[in-house]
Ligand binder design. Structure first.
Ligand code: COI
Length: 356
């Protein structure tokens, strides 16, 4: 079965292209965009169903200036990764979870969405078509970015009449410029990323535009990123701009409960299972910011950041540090169990990986 079922015309160039690794500097990947060979596109009308998706050469797309996504932010994205195993096979991590999350987000944003099967099949086709861009083992991963957008023209505020589902990919290394070193966060207590009843719990593009102001200010002061508080009490932890947050105290690991303003991360969910399997007690609850003062370790989770240790947190001018310039033991343990599974070094008893 050709990975190009929808685009047989590309098969000749495909077979010669994927036979070897792309010619790039694999040792220095960061989290920046690198164009690859192909992207996946599928369209449908409002009230219709997605069908006839196909791979195309990667490149710019045409959009009506009046497209719903450009004018009113009717858009969602997803993020997942593919790793290359020693035998050169490719492993995806829980792609059906991304498909389900996109469907939930689409319902909130009044958009039609691909079925789980369509989504997963499209991811597989796109990764296989860009196989030469999947980094060698140990050098990083292929970041997969599915987008769903209102591409039809609107003028008044309304759902767009046409939708585009698109997937592009890019090889990536570590998300933060610190690499695997601990990051330094600042707690933001004036600006908020989400409100009750809003869209903080789905992966809509506007949630990420909303964090740029506080994030830029934090970076200008030398912090790695921003930790947000709830907007009602200005007291409980929510999440970091691009990832979820966890706190370790003894054998107990706490993380903010999912309650509509926090993104239900797939790495978050996986780390909760991994931690419980490793014998930790995990509490999903309201976590007051003050508890950070007393924590043994703090770490962030996300597809892009994986498990990132937090070296310090600054709140209202007071800085708390964790560990001695390195991963805390618990963060290290969880990182190791998760990534060894994602990269195919350990048996996948959870049935989370999909091998291509
Ligand atoms: C991901 O981890 O995939 C994300 O969505 C983070 C992204 C904003 C870089």
């Amino acid at each position: 079965n050709s990975p190009f079922s929808g685009a047989a015309v590309l098969t000749d160039s495909y077979s010669s292209e994927v036979s070897e690794l792309a010619d790039i500097e694999w040792d220095n990947l960061g989290f920046g965009f690198i164009p690859t060979d192909y992207m996946y596109m599928m369209k449908c009308t409002q009230g219709g169903n997605f069908s006839k998706g196909e791979l195309q050469r990667f490149g710019n797309i045409e959009l009506n200036p009046s497209a719903g996504v450009l004018n009113y932010g009717q858009g969602l994205f997803e993020g997942l990764k593919a790793y290359r195993k020693e035998n050169s096979n490719i492993l995806l991590f829980r792609p059906e979870e991304n498909a389900l999350r996109m469907r939930l987000g689409a319902e909130r944003m009044c958009m039609p969405a691909p079925t789980v099967e369509q989504f997963v099949e499209a991811v597989k086709e796109t990764v296989l078509a860009n196989k030469r861009w999947v980094p060698p083992p140990g050098k990083g991963s292929l970041y997969i970015r599915p987008l769903l957008m209102g591409s039809g023209a609107v003028l008044g505020v309304a759902p767009a009449p046409e939708y585009t589902f698109l997937i592009y990919v890019s090889p990536v290394g570590n998300y933060f410029k610190e690499g695997v070193a601990p990051i330094n966060l600042i707690v933001e207590h004036e600006l908020h990323r989400a409100t009750p009843g809003g869209t903080g719990g789905v992966k809509t593009i506007g949630n990420y535009a909303a964090v740029l102001k506080a994030q830029s200010a934090a970076k200008a002061k030398g912090y790695s990123d921003v930790l947000y508080l709830d907007c009602v009490h200005k007291k409980y932890l929510e999440e970091v701009s691009s990832c979820n947050i966890f706190m370790v105290k003894g054998n107990v690991i706490s993380t903010p409960a999912i309650k509509g303003t926090i993104l239900p991360g797939i790495t978050r969910k996986s780390i909760i299972d991994v931690a419980q399997n490793q014998g930790f007690q995990v509490e999903e609850r309201l976590v007051p910011v003050d508890e950070l003062l007393d924590a043994d370790e703090v770490f962030c989770t996300g597809t892009a950041v994986v498990v990132s240790p937090v070296g310090s947190i600054t709140y209202k001018g007071k800085r708390v540090s964790y560990g001695v310039d390195g991963f805390g033991a618990v963060s290290q343990q969880l990182y190791s169990v998760l990534t060894r599974l994602q990269m195919g070094f350990t048996e996948d008893k959870m049935n989370w990986t999909v091998e291509l």
